[in-house]
Design a binder for this molecule. Sequence first.
Ligand SMILES: Cc1cc2nc3c(=O)[nH]c(=O)nc-3n(C[C@H](O)[C@H](O)[C@H](O)COP(=O)(O)OP(=O)(O)OC[C@H]3O[C@@H](n4cnc5c(N)ncnc54)[C@H](O)[C@@H]3O)c2cc1C
Length: 381
Amino acid sequence: MDFAFTDEQLAYRKSVIQFAQKELNHDVIGADLAEEFSWEGWKKCAAFGIHGLPIPEEYGGSGADIVTTLAGMEALGYGCHDNGLIFSINAHMWTSEIPLLMFGTDEQKKKYLPKLVSGEMVGAHAITEPMSGSDAYSLRTRAERRGDGYVLNGSKTFITNADNADLMIVFANVDPARGPAGITGFLVEKGTPGLVVSRKLQKMGLRTSPTCEVTVTDCTVPAANILGKEGSGPAIFTASMEWERICIMGGKIGAMQRLLEMSVKYAGERRQFGEPIGKFSAVSDRIAEMDVRLEAGRLLLYKAAWLKKSGRHPIREAAIAKLFVSEAYVQSCLDAVKVYGGYGYMTEYQIERELRDAVAGTIYSGTSDIQRKIIAGFHGL
Ligand SMILES: Cc1cc2nc3c(=O)[nH]c(=O)nc-3n(C[C@H](O)[C@H](O)[C@H](O)COP(=O)(O)OP(=O)(O)OC[C@H]3O[C@@H](n4cnc5c(N)ncnc54)[C@H](O)[C@@H]3O)c2cc1C
């Protein structure tokens, strides 16, 4: 067993941290208040190679394995304080690029992947609907075969990147009688008649990442734009979630490391009753708990990534890691607020935003309850 990163991975992590700290933290407080997506940050990350990390070189990516990719995402989460920007990049990578890479035809991959990798195109993934969230496969959007195309009708909600998206993977059922076996992913390009991004939603955290409602009304998509084949929807969704649940949490581990370091520093500098507050066990215990969560979460995530790199499908391990890290991140944000006292509650110290951003992690990519359901399923329950 070897827990060490290679020299190349260490050097890469360092370069991502330096890049992120230097380039991505301009007025994050203001952007959060204004709910502003950072196009500048998006382009810089794409140019640095983040968007194409795990994508093969023939499509403009770096072809990094999942462990190296995770190390890069962790470093990004450590260096970049704009969690919304990181979230949008993650949605683009794991639920647009990866499904295309795994299920796309050569033609589809050549057409879209290089532009997604370069950041010229933004990807989105639309499965959730007003009446189907956790029970994603009960979706009501229909795709009816007509001539050499499909006509899509339905509505989607909570779609990340939708108002910026050039390419959206829209899930619809071609034959409700077949249940989940009828669910199919369609590549729908921006500007396709009938595709409407209807409303941008205001939210608690990740406010720099746009989240929107989307409708498709008599939206005709050529048959060539099916991803995989009719009925591939559940396989596409499962593959995306396996990548996403591991890699999206990498940024959270980076953020937890940052919070821990900030809290240690603050506990050493802030004095009350004539002593640094870190001398009070109530404060140092909190910091110790933050460290335990960080260490355990990191091990769970890299174990899941290592299993995937070894050719296995770590569905259980990814669910365990996602559940643990997302909940641990919220708890560590709460602990950091407590270490900072009243200052932790104030916007300028940037911990209250971190807490608001953290809560979303217990909902997207399957709620914590759904991760527990998946894990229990491996025990026949
Ligand atoms: C910031 C953000 C970004 C998102 N981005 C996207 C996106 O890009 N594309 C997309 O398609 N979707 C996206 N989503 C949607 C997300 O996947 C869903 O919100 C999530 O799956 C939960 O669905 P729901 O909100 O309808 O809640 P519901 O499924 O209605 O759940 C409500 C509550 O019931 C619980 N519950 C439901 N079923 C069970 C069960 N069987 N056992 C135990 N508890 C259960 C849930 O855990 C939750 O506590 C995003 C969500 C957020 C918050």
